[in-house]
Ligand binder design. Structure first.
Ligand SMILES: [Mg+2]
Ligand SMILES: [Zn+2]
Length: 181
């Protein structure tokens, strides 16, 4: 069984203003510390998996699923250029009011798929995100949760201001646990 860190995409790894969807590959800009966060997680033996709801941009702005995939590929490439490796990306393309599904966060379908694909141990795994739906999806799936930024209203195991600090917290917490054994 592997341990994993699940990362939300928009507002967690890349810049994102609420309601201001990313339509073009060129609009994708990494947040400060995002690549370092992934790199540190890689080095500590965590699978790094992105779980992202993209139904809004597909249904409100008419983006094709293949466009979402191209944007995701660009994200992986940008992270890679700075030494961060992504092991998998799971996308919910559905949008409430148009389709129902079992994968749109706070539902757990994306996480469950990754857990079964990579045989991930939920107990030793985390989700990091900037929305309540990320924290809730993590809780619903049985992950530990780290909320980042000011929009989180749901109680997470830890809250901080960016993704690198979130990974630092996870790694620090892990080393403490090992020492106490
Ligand atoms: Mg987000
Ligand atoms: Zn879905």
């Amino acid at each position: 069984m592997r341990k994993a860190i699940f990362f939300d995409r928009d507002g967690t790894l890349n810049e994102f203003k609420l309601g201001d969807y990313i339509i073009q590959v060129e609009e994708l800009v990494l947040l400060n510390g995002a690549a370092r966060a992934v790199k540190k997680a890689n080095a500590a033996g965590y699978l790094c998996i992105i779980v992202t709801n993209q139904g809004g941009v597909i249904h409100n702005r008419g983006l094709a699923y293949s466009d979402v995939e191209r944007i995701n590929e660009r994200l992986v490439q940008l992270l890679n250029e700075e030494g961060g490796k992504i092991d998998g990306i799971y996308v919910c393309p559905h949008y409430p009011g148009y389709e129902s599904c079992t994968c749109r966060k706070p539902k757990t379908g994306l996480i469950n798929m990754a857990v079964s694909d990579f045989s991930i141990s939920l107990n030793n795994s985390y989700i990091i995100g900037d929305s309540d739906s990320d924290v809730l999806a993590g809780k619903n799936a049985g992950l530990k949760t780290v909320g980042i930024g000011e929009r989180i209203k749901t109680e997470a195991d830890f809250c901080t201001y960016n993704v690198e600090e979130a990974v630092n917290y996870i790694l620090k917490r892990e080393s403490k646990c090992q020492k106490s054994v």
